[in-house]
Ligand binder design. Structure first.
Ligand SMILES: C[S@@+](CC[C@H](N)C(=O)[O-])C[C@H]1O[C@@H](n2cnc3c(N)ncnc32)[C@H](O)[C@@H]1O
Length: 292
């Protein structure tokens, strides 16, 4: 269950033009992109960040052949500035964000996937307190409806929130399958068999809430731009419209402030070859900007 590094050819094309020494993989995961970056950019030193201890362990195994050319740090990319500066590095020449969860997180018993029956967890950082169980079992109906609508862009948000509250009256909702079934039952029968499972959007919403994902992206990408030396690049791969909109808007604002030049007028998406090799990459969008 290796994680396929999404859009890696395109990412490498941008990073190969980098002049400086230090680069950051702000979402190092299992080290897929980091491995290719270290291999193809022999003069660079890579700082790899992740919230997830298991990801860092996998990355360490994968990157160990590069010996003293990398440093892995546990933390959130919202603190990218503090993390980089704690290593006595003031500016970097490239930063990659590959948002969301990795294949192995989805396939583990971490509660990210409704395809498995696991406890409702969804924390990327297992030392964090709030879990999906807490959100599903303690948020009020309006709170649940709001996050499912805003973070899931789910049109049945209110009905799903009501169904969760009803189910909670009988017993606490403990597992991914229980939650997925509640959502499934809310969907009109004609819409249950579409290409996307009815629970997809609700699971996305709860995961975003548990991990404070959208706020952290805003903070991390803005701080990332501030950390870039002149000519340095930032590359962000997003997987759904909420993430992509945030990145697009930050780039627009920072372009107005004359901080960056946008290198991808339209986001780059996987080509037919990648879609064949790795179908889950179909929703990926890469946006790259250069510090000026
Ligand atoms: C799609 S995976 C990255 C995969 C990696 N590029 C590779 O090729 O193996 C995203 C990773 O980012 C981590 N992550 C997500 N949000 C984060 C945040 N705010 N701070 C630090 N890590 C985060 C997740 O734990 C996950 O390991």
């Amino acid at each position: 269950m290796e994680h396929y590094p999404v859009l890696y050819r395109e990412v490498l094309d941008f990073f190969k033009k980098i002049k400086g020494k230090h680069i950051v993989d702000a979402t190092v995961g299992g080290g897929g992109h980091a491995f290719l970056l270290l291999k193809n950019l022999p003069d660079t030193f890579l700082i790899g960040i992740d919230k997830d201890d298991f990801a860092l362990k996998k990355a360490e195994e994968k990157l160990s052949i590069f010996k003293n050319r990398y440093k892995l740090v546990k933390g959130s990319f919202k603190d990218i500035d503090l993390i980089v500066r704690s290593l006595n590095i003031n500016y970097v020449s490239g930063i990659l964000f590959d948002l969301g969860v990795s294949t192995f997180q989805l396939k583990m018993e971490r509660g990210f996937s409704f395809m498995r029956d696991d406890p409702l967890d969804m924390r990327m950082d297992r030392s964090q307190k709030k879990t999906a169980f807490d959100v599903v079992n303690s948020y009020t109906k309006p709170e649940l409806a709001k996050i499912i609508k805003e973070y899931g862009e789910e049109k049945f948000a209110k009905k799903i929130a009501s169904a969760i509250i009803e189910a909670r009256k009988k017993k606490r909702i403990e597992t991914t399958k229980e939650l997925a079934q509640i959502v499934y039952n809310v969907y009109p029968p004609a819409l249950r068999r579409g290409r996307i499972h009815p629970a997809t959007k609700t699971f996305q919403a709860i995961r975003i809430e548990v991990n404070n994902e959208l706020e952290e992206i805003k903070e991390g990408v803005n701080k990332g731009i501030d950390l870039l030396e002149k000519g340095g690049i930032i590359a962000v791969i997003s997987f759904h419209s909420l993430e992509d909109r945030i990145v697009k808007n930050i780039y627009r604002e920072r372009k107005k402030l004359k901080d960056i030049e946008i290198l991808t007028k339209k986001p780059i998406t996987p080509g037919t070859e990648e879609l064949k090799e790795n179908p889950p990459s179909r929703s990926a969008k890469l946006r790259v900007a250069k510090r000026i």
